[in-house]
Each structure stands twice: as C-alpha cells, then as structure tokens.
Design a protein around this ligand. Sequence first.
Ligand code: SAH
Ligand code: DHB
Ligand code: MG
Length: 231
Amino acid sequence: MTEDAAEDHAQDRWNAVDHYIDDLLVPEDDALTSALSASEAAGLPAISVAPNQGKLLHLLARIQGARTALEIGTLGGYSTIWLARALPADGRLISIEYDPAHADVARANLARAGCEKVAEVRTGAALDLLPRLAAEPGAGPFDLVFIDADKANNARYVEWALRLTRPGSVIVVDNVVRGGRVVDASADDPATNGTREMYRLVSEEPRLDATVVQTVGTKGWDGLLVARVVS
Ligand code: SAH
Ligand code: DHB
Ligand code: MG
C-alpha cells in the first residue's frame, strides 16, 4: 500500500468509528443538522467541530457548571449551539466572529436552535473586540472560553482568556496537534507557529493547569487543549 492509500484507509476507519460513536451517544436534532446544512449552503468551510467534539464542549460546560461562556471563532455557530445549550436559560454566551457573512449565518442558526436569548454573536477581529469586552461592566468573568479562530493569534487569545476568567474557569483550544505538524521541525506556517507559541505560554503560566488530548476522527488527526484556571 502506498502511504497515501494507507492514510485514506485510516481516515475511513476514523470516520466509521466517529459515526458509531455519534449514532450511540451524540444524537443531533434538527437545529444542529440544519446549522451544518445552512452553513454549507452559504458556502462556509466545513471546519466546525465534529459532533462528538461539540458534545465534549457541552459536557465540559455542564461539568463546570458554567453560566457564562466566551467563544472566539463562531463560523456558522455549530459549536456555539452545543455550548449555548449547556448554559442555563439566564446564562450568557458571547461568540466573536471576524467575517460578517459567517456571523449572519450563525445568528440565523442560533435563532433556529432557540439560542438567541443566551448566545450573542459579535462581528469583528477578536483582538479588537476582546479589549472592548474586557472594559464592559459586567462582562465576565466567563466560566468557559473556547478558542477556535485564527491559530496565529492563539497565544494572544489565551492571554485574553486569562483576563476574562476566574479561578476554576475552563479554557479549551481547538486544533492544537494539526496532523502532527506541531512537532514537525520543517513546519513553519503561521498557524503551527502560533499554536507552538500558545503551548509555550501555557506551559510557563502558573495560573493554568493544562493537558492536550490528541484526536482522530472525521476531522483527521488533531487535538484539543483543556486548561483549568488555577488562580
Ligand atoms: N467554532 C466553530 C468553527 C470556527 S472556524 C465551530 O466549531 O463550529 C474559525 C472561524 O474563526 C472562522 O469563521 C473565521 O472567520 C474566524 N476568524 C478568523 N480570524 C478571526 C479573528 N481574527 N477574529 C475573530 N474570528 C476570526
Ligand atoms: C481549520 C480551522 C479549524 O478551526 C478547524 O477545526 C479545522 C480547520 C482551517 O482553518 O482549515
Ligand atoms: Mg477548530
């Protein structure tokens, strides 16, 4: 078998196991499947978290007892719906999205899911909006932060997440393994370098206790960083 054929075979098996898991444990309702089909119809890239990853975000928020959450990188709002549904009816989720077309799709998807009272999408570059958010009276501390936008700025986003959380808050960062590129010395792209910078920052930050779990599945080989704000 060529290396490419072996990789295709592995991907087929990862997909099959994801579907097995989803069938048994991750029932998607109409609002979630519609969010994906509306995103696809609007031409958004198919890079939302996988269903079982969305469910993980939901469970982390529930386990944490989260009432408030911050998301950086909304896309069509698929992960946003999973998170919003973990919060109480009087909870609050703010999701930041750079692309106004993505934000429009996300707002419609959130409304269809009945999440419009809890979840608010703000349009703009996260590094512009985060300082404004931090200056708003009553904004934060957030109980959970999900970072899933432009990877080059991942370290900056973790710094903002630290400012906008409290001891006991949870911070999750998506796409931190990148098909193994994170340890590939020849990989020198901004997303990989930004991710490495984020690892360094987290490893040196006494206020954070963290791990990374590598994942395989429909989204290939990647991983999620999960951190707890210690102090
Ligand atoms: N969290 C979503 C997927 C997000 S994809 C889900 O799992 O369903 C990444 C998103 O980040 C894209 O929509 C992209 O437009 C947005 N993005 C990229 N750069 C950004 C920036 N500087 N500020 C805010 N959002 C950004
Ligand atoms: C990409 C971004 C993501 O957040 C993701 O989960 C997968 C892929 C991307 O930009 O290609
Ligand atoms: Mg992602």
